[in-house]
Design a protein around this ligand. Structure first.
Ligand code: SF4
Length: 440
């Protein structure tokens, strides 16, 4: 039987999908692309914004448009946060909680075997454990990330923070970490399977190990991973500012195979708004962390997330955000317009910002980051970087494409045998739209 997965949202969700694919393959299912005809479709949803909810529902429609008789499973954060609402989405057969994802193969087999031949019914089954009860964190080794050249290794999940706009805590539960041995085993398995880049991911990555009886630090885990044999590099996914230790920055400065790239969520550059968001830092602390990193690691790929139009964000507050972003050498930025999320503290905040103002502010930051990104890229002209080339070529130019260690998107003309290889490239051309280079 064929099963297809559609995955929305963060890298932790990408890891979850790879685990579920691995389990389905072990049960004899073959994995096909989500645009192909399949007997089963699994939608691994995201619910961080209203837009992600909409995209999750759209993925169900798209699957049923290909095969109206397919069994459709709805899992991920939307399913976890609103199982009853999800169960009313037309054409869904199973709603599966985040803590139940590793049961997917049995749940699907039992459903298919419940009636032979299996037929869709109006009834939707909900499989949902309490994500907040004490639980053992378990990941399984993953040897494939369909079509991807990077392995996302989840080391921690859940979060103990209480950011006022965030639904993730309710969808993923409290912060828990995987065992060090299991993580090292998962990384080794990925290296042995041919992955050249390991992205460490979690919901609040930097809090890895803090929940353990004998607390461990994220830095010590990264240090152990860097000791593993093999030709690979490690990239960190998003990490909160107050979790970035000096030792971690020193490790990044000292180890070529730890990518000099940090994605540090900012959300706002204004202290009043940061306090209202219940972020655990203020603008001065964010700047202090960023400057410490920039002093130790040069050049450093620096990215951030920003929320535009949080309730109460006056022109002056926004100007503080714009000013902070202008003051740091960001190489890219993810700017999101605030959307109220049910069940969050901020949902009841009244002083909302009009859509038009959010749009205008979004444009200001987008124009600013275009300039800063170009400035960042230009320093690499005639420099050599190491690019991991992806399996898919650029659909327009046909060139090979990939990312450098600083998370610079680079394209070159080259043969297929360079795909999934770490290749030194000398940067020749830098424009607003692309960075291209030549092979050594
Ligand atoms: S740190 Fe804040 S935004 Fe991030 S997952 Fe935790 S509560 Fe959500």
């Amino acid at each position: 039987m064929k099963v297809a997965f559609a995955t929305l949202g963060c890298r932790t969700n990408q890891h979850d999908t790879a685990e579920m694919q691995s389990l389905m393959e072990q049960e004899g299912f073959s994995i096909v692309d989500a645009r192909e005809n399949a007997d089963v479709y699994v939608i691994n949803t995201c619910s961080v914004t209203a837009r992600s909810d909409y995209s999750s529902r759209l993925a169900v429609k798209r699957s049923l448009a290909i095969n109206e008789n397919a069994l459709v499973v709805f899992t991920g954060c939307y399913a976890q946060l609103a199982p009853e609402e999800a169960a009313n989405i037309n054409g869904l057969d199973i709603v599966l909680g985040n803590a139940n994802k590793l049961e997917i193969a049995n749940v699907i087999k039992d459903t298919l075997n419940a009636k032979t031949p299996w037929e869709k019914s109006d009834k939707t089954e909900i499989f949902m454990s309490d994500i907040h009860r004490k639980r053992v964190f378990r990941t399984i080794p993953v040897s494939k990330f369909q079509g991807k050249t990077k392995a996302f290794i989840k080391v921690q999940t859940g979060c103990d923070e209480k950011c006022a706009f965030c639904t993730v805590v309710r969808a993923r539960g409290k912060s828990i970490s995987d065992s060090r041995d299991n993580i090292l085993n998962n990384v080794r398995e990925a290296i042995d399977s041919g992955f050249r880049e390991i992205t460490l991911t979690g919901i609040n990555l930097g809090t890895y190990g803090m929940d353990k009886e004998r607390a461990e630090t994220f830095t010590s885990l990264v240090r152990d991973i860097l000791k593993l044999k093999g030709d690979f590099r490690v990239r960190l996914s998003s990490i909160n500012p107050m979790e970035i230790e000096d030792d971690l920055l020193q490790l990044m400065a000292d180890h070529e195979n730890l990518c000099p790239h940090l994605h540090i969520p900012l959300q706002s550059g204004d202290d009043t708004i940061l306090a209202r968001m219940r972020r655990n830092y203020n603008s001065a602390q964010y700047l202090e962390v960023a400057h410490r990193a920039l002093e130790k690691i040069a050049p450093l790929g620096l990215g951030a997330d920003v929320i535009i139009g949080f309730p109460g964000e006056t022109d002056a507050c926004f100007e503080n955000t714009r000013h902070l972003i202008e003051s740091l050498p960001f190489s890219y930025l993810h700017a999101f317009s605030y959307s109220p999320r049910k069940g969050t503290e901020a949902y009841d905040f009244k002083d909302n910002i009009p859509k038009a103002v959010k749009k205008e502010r979004n444009k200001i930051l987008t124009d600013l980051i275009k300039e800063k990104s170009l400035e960042f890229r230009q320093q690499f002209r005639n420099q050599t970087v190491t690019v991991l080339f992806e399996n898919q070529r650029d659909p327009v130019t046909g060139d090979l494409k990939g990312y450098s260690e600083h998370y610079l998107p680079v394209s070159v003309k080259g043969n297929d045998d360079l795909k999934n290889q770490l290749v030194p490239v000398t940067i020749e051309e830098v424009t607003e739209h692309q960075v291209s280079g030549c092979l050594q």
